[in-house]
Every structure is written in structure tokens, then in C-alpha cells.
Design a protein around this ligand. Sequence first.
Ligand code: GCB
Length: 653
Amino acid sequence: MRRCMLLTILLFCVNGMHATGILYPRSSESRETLSLDGIWKFAIANRSEQNKGFEEKWYRAALQHCAVKVIDMPVPSSYNDITQDSNIRDHIGWAWYHRDFFVPKTWKSQRVNIRFGSVNYFAIVWINGVEVTSHSGGYLPFDVEVTDHLKFGHPNFITVAVNNTLTPWTIPQGKIVYHNDSQRYPAGYYEQQYNFDFFNYAGIHRPVILVATPKTYIDDITINTTNLSDSEGVLSYSVELGGSKVAAYSVIAEVYDSRDRLVAQSKGLTGEIRVNNPNLWWPRGMNESVGYLYTLKIQLWNDAKNVEGDVYRLPFGIRLIHWNSTGVYINGKSVYFKGFGRHEDANLRGRGLDLVTLTKDYNLMRWIEANSFRTSHYPYSEELMDLADQQGFLVIDEVPAVGLDNFDDDLLEAHKQAMKELIQRDKNRPAVVMWSIGNEPQSQKQVSALYFDTVVQLVHQLDSSRPVTLVLNKASNQDVASIFTRVTNFTRSLDLARPVTMVLAQSYASDLAAQFLDVICINRYFGWYSDTGHSELITYQMIKEVTAWHDKHSKPVLVTEYGAGALAGLHTDPPVVWTEDYQVVLMEQNFKAFDQLREMGFLIGEMIWNFADFATPQEYFRPTGCMKGVFTRDRQPKFAAHFLRRRYAQLLY
Ligand code: GCB
């Protein structure tokens, strides 16, 4: 592992990666889990003393015994909104976490792993003062074996240093900007900037769990549906084992139905399993049976000793996806996505796992009769994804590659690593029906073509069973954009009284990434970011736009974002922007376009931006956050939610 300590707030050299599995921690007859969630001790490193924690070795003892102000901090949670202190909310750089824990004596003969669901962005972990691992990337799990660092039957302590700094080589990107203007800024003043509008919440965001397994253990499982006939589902599976005495064990694979009846079995590290008359996994609204899950039980068996080894149970669904130039099909039936772009965002806990909000959100998505969502703009928690599998929501699973610019080799490596970790985590999920390799990159830049070609090839190589997309928003190439800006400004200087407009029929022309994708996803804010207030143009522009993308690439098109900001309770008639009324008018005009486009045969879905209002950095054009939610941040319906519900209820596949 390399770590650059000099400019610790700016540079993280990428740490060691997981060569192997990252199975969700589940208890079984051979496995125990111990949650380390709860109240931890917490401190931030001052701006001017970023390295102090390393120099003074805060990881060697309890944080409360170090020369730093220590407070209580819940895990999981973002740390930003927990206190009244804006230094903590707006902190850039290192933050420190510490807690004590006890490991049972009975675990001494086991292999013990520690697993973090996610820590944003960079984490270094010490157990009892010894560094055990580090990880880059804020939204994906990592784990490490810690058996040799634990004291069994005694108290232990864990320290985690977290750094939220984003650089041009992190996914997502950001940059630290130093202000040299001494008239306006004190010496050394800097700020974090980034190319996205959601608040960069930080901290230990998802559960921290210790897992004890036998010394020879199940490290990874992959299961895929390879063929479906009327009477049979054909599955292929493979298992990877870890530990030293792997050769002594054989593998038994058994499939149980939802009532826990054994329906099929096989033996060996890899194999084929045939399930008679399978209950297929269907998304909501496509079948009476929705989200049917089987369990694959993998069991190790030591033949010589005739004893059972490690056991892991993996829920999975039997379903096949295919796609062509006009559609995406599940089990042979074409799909229409009706759903949302969302965020993991809630009052007080920020981006920390919150089972209350998570469950409420599914209730709201069912109430509104949505069938899908995109994990805009980063992978969501495994707890959230489990419910998507169970409730039959279709998920477009996105890596945190939002707003990518300067496409160099270091960025590409970080992007590929994030894709690998995402696919490793979610490959067995029936709900995941598409991989999204990013959102709104500068895909008009020449250099982006090779970059995205490489990422798409990697994804196809890792998983050929799902289509790949990238969410695009290019309006025109840079030169053209700057010409248009100048023409617009000039026109405005001649006549301030009238709005300036232009139909964006070129938008598909400058993008260089769509050629590599299986499905084209586009974000379009007609009547909001362009031609603001001109709802009469929306239907026309959306039809032109979507048609142009399809005509150029002969691929299915999905509108992954459209929408308008609305302040709950604000009304005007006639409607003007920022009112609930205008939000509904904008939706209505988009719906007209979607209906016509559906009839034309290549629009495969509509996802409104956004499910709920969410926190953004402070901006003068965003009143405390992005207000494009159809629900408020505390999950109450705006007028738009009722309107959307009427549409989604009528939209069939
Ligand atoms: C977009 C982005 C999304 C923003 C949205 C907006 O195109 O993909 O992250 O929140 O626009 O509201 O500006």
C-alpha cells in the first residue's frame, strides 16, 4: 500500500484492492457477526494541523486521551449535520473515529474479518494501534482479515481516519482551490470544489461488522441464470474458497425456494443447477409474482473428517435479461422503466444508512406505483438493495463517476476499480438490470471516447448478462457551446425584454460515448435550465431530442432526468418557475412527449428528477438544497407526487 502523507488533504495514493469476494456479512451455523455500530468517539483535524493525528499517533490509544477535542458520533451516519458546529459540517480533510469493543474467546479458533459498508471517501483502519487496511472510494464496502490483531476474550480498540477530500483522480472528482487574493482571503485559504450538486457528506456511512468464519471459508459466490424454458431454469454457479486447507473440502450447492424447500442441488466449485418449473423473478407490475427469491446454500464439507465446514446462504432470483436496438427485456417481456433518480439523503444523518428513511422510501415508491430507480450518483447501501430485490424494483446501478472531466490514466484506474468493486458487490442481485458507468461526463471531449470505450469493455468482460449505460447530457461540443453563449449574450444585450431561445436539436451530435453503450440514458431539463418557464416548448424539444439520439445510434433511449424545482407550498396561477404548479405543468408537457415517443417504439423509460428534495452545497440558486423532489426532504408529497402517481398507475409495460 502506498500512502502519500505530505499533502494528505490533497493526495491519496490508491491502496491495495480486493482480489476476492465481499459477501455481505450473514450469520449461519458456521458464521457469527458482531456489529460495531453505535456511538463512537470523534475528532476533526484542524485545517492548519491536518497531519497532527498521524504525527501524534492518535491511533495508538483512545482518542479521548489525545490532544484534540473529542465528541460523540453515531455510526453509521455522516458527521456533517450532527452538531451545531459549521467547522464540522464544512470540514475538509482528516476526521478521526475511535471505539472499544470486545471479541469473544470462542472466536479464537476462527478467522475474523472486519467489514465496512462504506466510508466516504478515504479510510485508514487501525486495530489495537496497528494499521490493518485502507480504502479509497466512498460508496462501496471493503474488508480485511484481522484475526492476528485481535485479543480474544479481552478489550480491543479500533481507530479509523477518514478523509473526504476529492481530487481530479478520485471518483467522483473534485479539486482543492487555493485563493491567493490577499485582499479577500487570509493566507493559505482553500476550499473544496466539485462537479456535482449533492452535498459531499462524509464519515462512516454504513455498518461496521466483525465476521467470524471457519479458517477455510467461502470467499465468493457467483450465480447466473443462463437459460429459461417453460419448464426449467438453468443456472450456473461458481464458488471461491479462502484459507489454507481448501483442498480438504468439497462444495455442496443447494437451492431452496421461498418456503425453504430444497428444489435443486449440485456439487463442486462450479457447476450447473437446473430448477424445474421455476418461479421467475419479475419486477413490479409485470407479473402477479413479484421479486421471487430463492436461496443458494453453499456448504463446505470435509470428506476425510466427515464434518461440515463453512455455510453461506445467498438470496438470488431466476431471470434473464436481453436487449436490442429498441428495448430491454426481462424473461422475454419488454420493460418500461417508470421511476426516479434518487439520493441517499436524509435530515441529520446525511448519507448515513437510515433504515427508517429507507423503508419509508420504498413505501412511497410503491404508493406512487414506480417500478424502478437509478442509484444516482453512487452505489446505494446493500440494505437498500436487498429491498429492491425483494420488492421487485428494477435498478440501474451507478458508480460514483459523476461529472467526469480530464480523462487521464489515473482517473481511469480509479474508475475501473470502482466498477470492479460495484460488480463484485452487486453481481448476484436480480434487481440490478443495468450498469451505469457514470453521469453527465464531458463526453464531447475527444479523449473521452477511448476512456469510455475502455470502461464499457471492462464491464462487458466482468458481466455480459446486463446492458451497460452512461447517463449523458451533452448539449453541443465545447466550441459550439461557447459560440452559442456569445450569441445569446449578444442577443440579450440588444433586447433584455424578451427571452432568448434555441431548439437543441444538435445535442446528440457532439457526444462521443454513446456509441459504446447498450442503452442511451439522457438527462434533459427543457423548460427549466433551458428556455426557463417556456413549458410550451417542452414536448416539442423532448421528442426531437430523444428521436435524434435513437436515429443516430439505433439504441433504446431512457430519459433518466427531467424535472423542475418546486418549493413546497408555493403556488401561482398562471404557473411560474419554483412553484408546485410549474413543476406539474413541466411534468405534464414531458408526459405528452413520453407518450408519443413510446408509440414510436424506442423510449424505454422515464425517471423524474428527483424522488425527494436533497441537500446541496450552499448556492444562491438553491434554497438549502435541490428542490426538484416530488416529495419534500422529510418525505411529504408535493402536488407533483399525486400527479405522478396518477400517471405511473396508468403506465403499463
Ligand atoms: C443534473 C444532475 C443532477 C442534478 C440535476 C439538477 O443533470 O445529474 O445530479 O441534481 O441536474 O437539479 O441540477
